[in-house]
Write a protein that binds this ligand. Structure first.
Ligand SMILES: NC(=O)c1ccc[n+]([C@@H]2O[C@H](COP(=O)([O-])OP(=O)(O)OC[C@H]3O[C@@H](n4cnc5c(N)ncnc54)[C@H](OP(=O)(O)O)[C@@H]3O)[C@@H](O)[C@H]2O)c1
Length: 247
């Protein structure tokens, strides 16, 4: 059985990725930051479906906590799956910041940087010794790196950095047959940034070739299938999952 770690698996895209991976037979370690109850609900959904999942606490902005998190992962792997390694890492956790460049504060910038770029960088570094050779890293970026959307400059810049980091991960860990890809969702109906108002959703749907915004499962199913062996030759790519957004 392959085992996947998904950060930010308590809600939104991460919850869907966790459920869809479990439906395809993967063991799931999902993380939560503030919403333990929501994470436990995702675990219960997976178990009700006949799958196996555990939830661990993780704040990706706190690098000092990563060695303890790695130990917790090792313990869970041994206890739950009798395994020493996991196979896939999905760096998904994140939050949105809507503030034009003229008014972004240094604190806002630094906090977001720690979650969207520094966190995935050092978390991946910390977990790679536990990843099996032939594994796969999937980083969740954003279509905002391609399209300059007003008010999200730091967010889009860090997502762009994560896209670049993905190619470097693919290069440096290719000798272990570890692949790295990023997926760039367009607008998806989640609680990111407080969720979409009706008016904003209609605007975004009108900018999308398929005429609607995405649902979490549009991304969850894609990531789960990307992790399968059918996609074994897809490497170092940033793949937009957006229904044809602003084309
Ligand atoms: N929704 C979209 O339109 C969209 C588009 C492009 C890219 N994305 C990206 O997709 C990813 C998931 O977003 P979403 O839409 O699913 O948002 P969401 O519904 O708000 O969920 C965010 C998830 O990230 C976790 N999280 C937030 N801050 C964290 C931290 N400091 N440490 C660890 N976990 C943290 C949350 O955990 P708790 O709930 O436990 O606190 C939650 O599980 C993000 O990276 C986002 O940038 C989303």
């Amino acid at each position: 059985m392959s085992i996947v770690i998904i950060t930010g698996g308590s809600r939104g895209l991460g919850a869907s990725i966790a459920i869809q991976c479990a439906r395809r037979g993967m063991g799931v370690i999902l993380t939560y930051n503030r919403n333990k109850q929501a994470a436990e609900k995702v675990v219960a959904t997976i178990e009700a479906d006949g799958g196996k999942a555990v939830a661990l606490e993780l704040d990706v902005s706190t690098r000092a906590s990563f060695p303890a998190f790695r130990s917790a992962v090792a313990e869970m792997l041994a206890k739950t799956w009798n395994a020493e390694t996991f196979d896939f890492l999905v760096n998904n956790a994140g939050y949105g910041l809507y503030n034009p460049i003229a008014t972004v504060t240094e604190d806002e910038f630094d906090s977001l940087f720690r979650v969207l770029l520094k966190g995935p960088f050092f978390l991946t570094q910390a977990l790679l010794p536990l990843m099996a050779d032939g594994g796969h890293i999937v980083n969740v970026t954003s279509a905002t790196s391609r399209v300059a959307t007003p008010g999200v400059a730091p967010y889009a810049s860090f997502k762009g950095g994560l896209e670049v980091l993905t190619r470097y991960l693919a290069k440096e860990f290719g000798e272990r047959r570890i692949r790295a890809n990023s997926i760039a969702p367009g607008p998806i109906r989640t609680e990111l940034g407080g969720g979409l108002s009706e008016e904003f959703e209609a605007l975004l749907a009108g900018q999308t070739a398929l005429g609607r915004v995405g649902e979490p499962d549009d991304v969850g199913c894609m990531v789960a299938s990307l992790l399968s062996d059918d996609n074994r030759w897809v490497n170092a790519q940033n793949i937009e999952v957006a229904g044809g957004y602003l084309i």
